[in-house]
Design a protein around this ligand. Structure first.
Ligand code: TXA
Ligand code: MG
Length: 323
């Protein structure tokens, strides 16, 4: 059975013993293990039911550890690391041979970040190995932003989860790789395109590049998905009326105005229309709706700017039907 714990020392000794532990970060909870332990890394893939070709993110305590993991680091990568670490930025860089292939899904690149959560940072600082950690949810499901989400997903596993409270950002890190020294955004995340461009100027966005996309298109598209069917719309009223016989849950940015509104389970993410607040609450709201045994979750598109782009991306993937 999964259990929530609070002692960081206990987590450190479990990790030294090659166990996998749920840990908090500022974005979402991760399923962490020693990157140099084949046993731990295999266990991460197996608990998560994640295909081996989909690589893991390596978490390090500070920028000083970067040269133990990556090589041929572009100047622009250092600029980003200096601006955003510790924080929700993942850099995809050329890997050193010492980084096990199983961590990187056989790729010659490795994804790296310094998480900005006090417990994760003090844990990493006390270990002499980095932590591989994907989000702590079964492959393709809604990401976890509380220790309870993780424990509930992995009820059947003997897994300890370190309680670090609610994740402050609530959506995953922004992933940036490099094409001949030029930055390319692979995954939209908690750092906005606008914030990246403030440092580097115009940046290309190529969302088909991350992880399993080239090997298994379609599969990665359907991600972050609830059990109920989900639809993304920019005309809430019309979409709701098309499904009038169904048990419907609704998720919107800042306000909802529908006839018979009380008939629906509504999640309004930020009454004051604040995108940061809305991202912080997004996954938890989706988890709550998905517990209501609904026929359908209807999500209304966010403003197409800043974190709104990130949430639109997650809602799009959550609403793509699995095949
Ligand atoms: O915020 C986050 O990034 C969280 C916390 C726990 O750090 N982690 C996270 O991990 O979201 P995960 O495994 O759920 O997503 C990592 C993504 C995957 O889509 C994976 O395919 C991509 O990163 N990735 C990892 N290594 C890569 C590489 N070498 N090249 C391209 N994409 C890579
Ligand atoms: Mg994930």
């Amino acid at each position: 059975m999964a259990a929530i714990i609070t002692q960081i020392n206990e987590v450190a000794s479990l990790l030294k013993d090659e166990a996998v532990v749920g840990i908090p970060t500022e974005t979402v909870y991760g399923l962490a293990g020693n990157i140099y332990s084949a046993k731990a890394v295999k266990q991460i893939f197996s608990i998560k039911q994640r295909p081996f070709y989909n690589p893991l993110i390596v978490h390090i305590p500070s920028i000083n550890s970067l040269n133990k993991i990556a090589t041929e680091i572009p100047e622009k990568a250092f600029q980003l690391a200096e601006a955003f670490w510790p924080g929700p930025l993942t850099l995809v860089l050329k890997k050193l041979p010492s980084v096990p292939d199983i961590v990187t899904g056989g790729k010659d690149t490795v994804a790296i970040r310094v998480p900005n959560h006090p417990l994760a940072l003090s844990l990493l600082a006390g270990l002499d190995f980095p932590l591989a950690a994907p989000s702590a949810n079964p492959f393709g499901t809604i990401s976890p932003t509380t220790a309870a989400h993780v424990a509930s997903y992995f009820k059947g596993n003997d897994l300890k989860v370190l309680d670090g409270g609610l994740c402050e950002k609530g959506v995953e890190s922004t992933i940036i790789g490099f094409k001949k020294e030029q930055p390319v955004i692979y995954r939209l995340g908690a750092i906005t395109i606008e914030e990246i461009e403030e440092i580097l100027g115009n940046v290309e966005v190529n969302r088909s590049h991350s992880g399993s996309a080239p090997e298994a298109p379609g599969m990665l598209l359907s991600h972050y998905a609830p059990k109920a069917s989900a639809l993304l719309t920019d005309d809430l009223e019309k979409t709701v009326s098309l499904h009038s016989g169904k048990k419907i849950g609704i998720l919107v940015f800042s306000k909802v105005s529908l006839a018979n509104e009380q008939r629906y389970d509504c999640e309004i993410l930020s009454v004051k229309a604040d995108l940061e607040e809305a991202s912080f609450k997004f996954y938890a709201a989706l988890h709550r709706l998905d517990k209501q045994e609904l026929d359908l979750i209807i999500m209304e598109k966010f403003p197409d700017m800043g974190l709104g782009k990130t949430i639109n991306d997650r809602m799009q993937r959550a609403s793509t039907r699995r095949t």
